[in-house]
Write a protein that binds this ligand. Structure first.
Ligand SMILES: C[S@@+](CC[C@H](N)C(=O)[O-])C[C@H]1O[C@@H](n2cnc3c(N)ncnc32)[C@H](O)[C@@H]1O
Length: 271
């Protein structure tokens, strides 16, 4: 059954502001695979569970037409309100019922979203819409994250991890798909020609405010905030204070490197 966790307008606005786009390494992993399978250049890419378009934008440079789809009206509204290339459009629809003809999609992607879908129904639908010789690229970032700044990276990561561990206590069961590096999602991918890459590391430049905002945008944090708004708000305030003290700076605009490991499941439909 589809789970709807991103309906709230406030959450969607925080999401749009703080969620980062796929980094260079993840982009290269996907593009190299699509080139190897001769799946690009091509007409149509569909980005399922596109949120406010974080991954959809990079596809715009490689396809004639890109459609981002999401079950959440609030997320799609944020996506539509964000400037993007003219070949990108957005649709509200569930991943399990995609409004595309059989064999009409060249490449179907999903960034940090497939663990929310009904896996069996989504995979059946993906197999229906992807053309023979077309590809799927399903990725997520993992909980392997670290922060780097001068010579205090270790303490900074500790402050981040301690906060993140408290937030993850409010995770939905679906986090299990991420914690097992999308193994189940890989096994369910309905093409015999497939592979899973688990060691994609990206460095994203981020401010202190950005790191705190990223945590705020996470769905477990939003659940925490609904259950105990005072504790949730003060956790982020205290963590920000601790990070600034660790770095020996006063500005939330101070830049650091946010390192994250991605997993990507790639497959090519038989001709
Ligand atoms: C963690 S966000 C990822 C958004 C974006 N792709 C990114 O990379 O940041 C997950 C998205 O999946 C969407 N979603 C969850 N279940 C869905 C479903 N069954 N069908 C379509 N979208 C779904 C949510 O509304 C949310 O926008």
């Amino acid at each position: 059954m589809a789970i709807q966790m991103f309906e709230d307008r406030g959450h969607a606005a925080v999401y749009q502001k703080y969620r980062f786009a796929p980094g260079k390494e993840l982009q290269q992993t996907i593009l190299s695979y699509l080139r190897e399978k001769k799946a690009i250049p091509a007409e149509l890419a569909v980005d399922v569970g596109c949120g406010s378009g974080q991954g959809t934008h990079f596809l715009g440079e490689h396809f004639k037409k890109v459609v981002g789809t999401d079950i959440s009206k609030a997320q799609i509204q944020e996506a539509k309100d964000t400037p993007c290339m003219p070949n990108i459009s957005y649709l509200v629809c569930p991943a399990e019922e995609l409004p595309f003809e059989d064999a009409s999609v060249d490449v179907l992607t999903s960034f940090t979203a497939a663990h929310w879908f009904d896996t069996e129904r989504f995979m059946r639908e993906a197999r229906r819409v992807v053309r023979p010789g077309g590809c799927m690229a399903i990725s997520t970032y993992t909980v392997d994250m670290s922060l780097r700044y001068g010579d205090c990276s270790q303490q900074l990561t500790k402050a981040f991890r301690e906060c993140w561990d408290k937030i993850l206590k409010y995770s939905n069961d679906r986090l299990k798909y991420v914690l097992d590096d999308y193994k189940e999602i890989f096994e369910a991918l309905p093409f015999p020609d497939k592979k899973r890459v688990t060691d994609i590391y990206d460095s994203i430049p981020m401010t202190v405010e950005g790191v705190v905002g990223y945590m705020e945008s996470a769905s477990p944090y939003q659940t925490f905030k609904k259950n105990d708004p005072t504790a949730a708000t003060s956790l982020l305030q205290e963590t920000e204070k601790r990070m600034l003290e660790t770095m020996g700076v006063s500005s939330r605009e101070t830049m650091m490197e946010f390192w994250v490991r991605h997993v990507c499941v790639l497959g090519c439909k038989e001709c």
